[in-house]
Design a protein. Structure first.
Ligand SMILES: *[C@@H]1O[C@H](CO)[C@@H](O)[C@H](O)[C@H]1NC(C)=O
Ligand SMILES: *[C@@H]1O[C@H](CO)[C@@H](O)[C@H](O)[C@H]1NC(C)=O
Ligand SMILES: *[C@@H]1O[C@H](CO)[C@@H](O)[C@H](O)[C@H]1NC(C)=O
Ligand SMILES: *[C@@H]1O[C@H](CO)[C@@H](O)[C@H](O)[C@H]1NC(C)=O
Ligand SMILES: *[C@@H]1O[C@H](CO)[C@@H](O)[C@H](O)[C@H]1NC(C)=O
Ligand SMILES: *[C@@H]1O[C@H](CO)[C@@H](O)[C@H](O)[C@H]1NC(C)=O
Length: 746
């Protein structure tokens, strides 16, 4: 209610003070420009796409003029609405995409708007700075051929939601995502020169400040209720000296930002031969007339009039939860495939009412449940190799209809040409990923989830164009999950530094999975596994082996090549778990064992054999062995027959012998008993090891027929659902997880 009142007040203000002549309806809340080189035509002309967003009250647009250089001719234009409205705060963001044909790759400059009207078109929305001021934006486009990539210079990619709101008393950061496909360093700054058309208000209001290093705008809290316009200019700087060369034979040297700054000399970056530099002179070196990619990013922040009782994220302000992507990550999107971004948010004392999104044309959102949305976008052929920012903010309101917005997050969708191909058969997962620039950049660090085995090395099968990995199910760190209907095998290719304790800051993280329906009676080709090698601080390296044996003498183990192990109902099965360690006087303890239909210790279907160190199956026999061996036997049981295959999974611990209080010394603990805390070094943590599969030979219908049927079972690859989910982050991105408030949560 308060915010509605405020808006009404606002409108009144606009009408009464601004001018009866200049209405609010067509006024602007900001805008942005990104461009993208689209190659060359056969006649040698260049193609560039200019993507402009404008936000106005009424979904209107205003055009641009060519203010400098040769902007060529417009060959195509398309437009559409991409974002709209916050609760009780109306606006419309419109995207206009124009394609231009250029006779050369020399830089040019465009300016917005083209005209001003008394209905407000061409003016900023009435704001705390001014009730009537012209809206201005300038973009410099430089498509020169870079000496480092040999390709046209690309535009930095950046975006923001067009109209945001903050609660009066709560400081907030708006951390703007900056990305550069060329790997350039991107800087943002507050423009100060009206003369060069970069801004018309030029400067931030006192409640706002810019942290230039991270391009974050901070709302410091303040008293000026109403709209605060934010005008920014975004520029790219190479990391080393490069030259941009042009079709007319001229070239420019581009220098890294530090050099530019230190010298503060405009001349060092002046193109060798450009006669078309605009005539405007400026007072700051930042707004020099030299050619750069220089792009406007403008938006409005409304300071709502109410005070929040708590500024903590998660109380009144929604907080993002997993699997919401972190701010600044890159997501891979494929032509004709819908990119789906799941966003989940919650707040304790307010209800989530909306997810406000912006992105390329065609973007949409779907509400799944309260606080859960899916953002969808399907790129087309025209968008291949381009980068599209997608931003979102979660909006909540309290019972007085006062609005609270979450932090803003933006991700970059990188549109790829080819799908990542994942091929699944009953023994192997094969994944093929076309190398893109991010993969190439991280190539030396890429690995599967676990690669201690040299057969898991990605360099083995990869070639110059593709990353290729092929792994047996259950190897190379592949882990198993299951749901009602499927068994799911998951792994990923990441560039996470394995030495780092927390590996959240992956540069590349390509997750893939194979999904096998349970309904088809397939025999998944797990290999006999052994040994299990672990290493723990204070305990060093140790291994476990898990084997089936032919008799209680434990002399002959069942040959690994004959797996699955055929057993008959009620036949005794003999198993041995053995530990090997360099530490003397150790004992092995088997905490639990169960039978599961898949090689997944967390399988929801299981039969308990040993639990908390206590034998649960009455047929179990324990046989003597050394302190680092556990030998046991049990009758093959019906459970095996109910499933195509069965694995025995045990949780094991290694302890220093004769130390009181270790788990090993405690033995069987009946439920209700107390477990003692793990001693510092006296014991390892629990490790899950498994062996199998076991296969029950059905003696009741002993005919070769049924066995043959089993052996000849047709495996239908086509019936497998195969998912390839690819998520990768850019080099600079930092995972920005916020802890959930731990107090008062139920
Ligand atoms: C936003 O940027 C500021 C300044 O760099 C930083 O202190 C803050 O933690 C960032 N916020 C988030 C949510 O990442
Ligand atoms: C995408 O779909 C369009 C129209 O259906 C089709 O012409 C095009 O070939 C498809 N592109 C790819 C890469 O599948
Ligand atoms: C499964 O795929 C792998 C790798 O492509 C191949 O070597 C193997 O022969 C396949 N197995 C079957 C049964 O088709
Ligand atoms: C993979 O193999 C390559 C070349 O054989 C080697 O340089 C690299 O160190 C290996 N990577 C790992 C993680 O073992
Ligand atoms: C590289 O591997 C991919 C995927 O297996 C294959 O399609 C492509 O032909 C290979 N390219 C070369 C040059 O060998
Ligand atoms: C799988 O096997 C079970 C028992 O052998 C049988 O009843 C069922 O029809 C089979 N399902 C399929 C899809 O073949």
């Amino acid at each position: 209610m308060a915010s509605l009142m405020l808006l009404l007040l606002h409108l009144l203000l606009i009408v009464s003070t601004a001018s009866a002549w200049y209405s609010a309806t067509y006024r602007f809340y900001g805008g942005s420009v990104i461009f993208s080189p689209h190659g060359r035509n056969s006649d040698g002309t260049y193609v560039v796409e200019v993507r402009n967003k404008q936000t106005s009250y009424y979904c209107n647009q205003n055009g641009y003029t060519c203010s400098s250089g040769n902007c060529g001719t417009q060959t195509h234009i398309s437009h559409g609405q991409v974002s709209r409205n916050s609760y009780g705060f109306n606006w419309c963001e419109y995207e206009v995409v124009t394609t231009r044909k250029l006779t050369s790759n020399q830089p040019f400059q465009i300016r917005y708007p083209t005209y001003y009207s008394r209905r407000g078109n061409g003016y900023w929305i009435s704001n705390v700075r001014s009730s009537l001021v012209a809206w201005r934006m300038t973009a410099n486009v430089d498509l020169g051929t870079r000496s480092d990539t040999g390709e046209s210079n690309k535009s930095p990619i950046t975006a923001m939601l067009p109209a945001l709101r903050v609660t009066r008393n709560c400081p907030r950061w708006f951390n703007i995502t900056l990305f550069d496909p060329d790997g350039d360093r991107v800087r943002c700054r507050v423009p100060t020169s009206r003369a060069s058309y970069e801004c018309s208000l030029c400067g931030l209001t006192s409640s706002f400040s810019l942290d230039q290093k991270s391009c974050s705008i901070k709302y410091n809290g303040g008293t000026s209720i109403g709209i605060h316009p934010v005008e920014l200019q975004v520029e790219d700087f190479p990391n080393t000296h490069i030259t941009l060369s042009y079709t007319d034979g001229s070239y420019t040297t581009k220098r890294p930002l530090s050099v530019v700054r230190r010298k503060r000399a405009v001349t060092t970056i002046t193109p060798a031969t450009t006669s078309t530099t605009p005539a405007t002179t400026t007072t700051t070196p930042a707004t020099t007339t030299t050619w750069w990619c220089k792009l406007p990013l403008q938006f409005s922040v409304n300071v709502d009039g109410h005070y929040a009782s708590s500024c903590l994220d998660g109380d009144y302000f929604p907080i993002f939860l997993s699997p919401t992507p972190s701010n600044g990550v890159n997501l891979l999107a494929y032509v004709n495939h819908t990119l789906e971004i799941k966003v989940k948010s919650m707040a304790q004392f307010t209800s989530i009412i909306d997810l406000i999104i912006t992105g390329p044309r065609g973007i949409s959102k779907q509400k799944i449940s309260t606080g859960e949305y899916v953002i969808k976008w399907t790129p087309t052929e025209n968008e291949v190799n381009d980068h599209f920012p997608i931003c979102f903010v979660s909006e909540a309101k309290d019972r007085y209809n006062r609005v609270y917005q979450s932090e803003v997050r933006c991700v970059i969708a990188d549109v790829g040409h080819h799908d990542t191909r994942v091929t699944c058969n009953e023994t192997t997962i094969t994944v093929e990923v076309e190398k893109n620039y991010l993969i190439r950049r991280n190539e030396d660090n890429l690995h599967l989830d676990k690669f201690t085995d040299s057969s898991c090395n990605l360099t083995l099968l990869s070639n110059t164009t593709h990353l290729v990995a092929s792994m047996p199910l259950g190897s190379c760190g592949t882990h198993v999950e299951e749901d009602e209907d499927n068994i799911i095998f998951k792994n990923s290719i990441t560039s996470a530094d394995l030495r780092a304790v927390i590996s959240r800051q992956h540069d590349v993280d390509i997750a893939f999975s194979c999904i096998y329906p349970k309904r088809t009676n397939l025999t998944l080709g797990f290999r006999h596994k052994n040994p299990y090698a672990f290493s723990e601080k204070g305990f060093g390296a140790f291994t476990f082996t898990f084997e089936f044996f032919q008799s209680q003498r434990f002399r002959n183990q069942i040959d690994a090549n004959t797996y699955p192990v055929d057993v008959y109902l009620k036949q005794m099965m003999f198993m041995q778990i053995e530990a090997t360690t360099s530490i003397p006087d150790t004992e092995l303890f088997v905490e639990s064992c169960k039978a599961t239909p898949y090689d997944n210790p967390n399988s929801r279907i299981s039969y308990t054999i040993i639990e908390n160190g206590c034998v649960k199956d009455r047929t179990v026999q324990i046989y003597p062995g050394s302190s680092y061996q556990f030998r046991f036997g049990m009758e093959a049981f019906e459970f095996i027959g109910a499933h195509e295959e069965v694995y025995i999974t045990c949780s094991v611990i290694l302890c220093e012998a004769n130390i009181p209080g270790t788990r090993c010394s405690q033995g069987c603990i009946r439920s209700g008993g107390h477990r003692s805390k793990r001693e510092a070094v006296a014991q390892t943590s629990s490790h899950s090891i498994s062996q199998g599969p076991l296969h029950l030979v059905k003696t009741t219908q002993t005919s070769g027929l049924s066995l043959n049927l089993g052996a000849n079972m047709v495996f239908i690859v086509g019936s497998l659902l195969v998912c390839a989910v690819v998520i990768y982050r850019s080099r600079r991105s930092k995972a920005k997880y916020q802890p959930l408030p731990t107090s008062e949560m139920d």
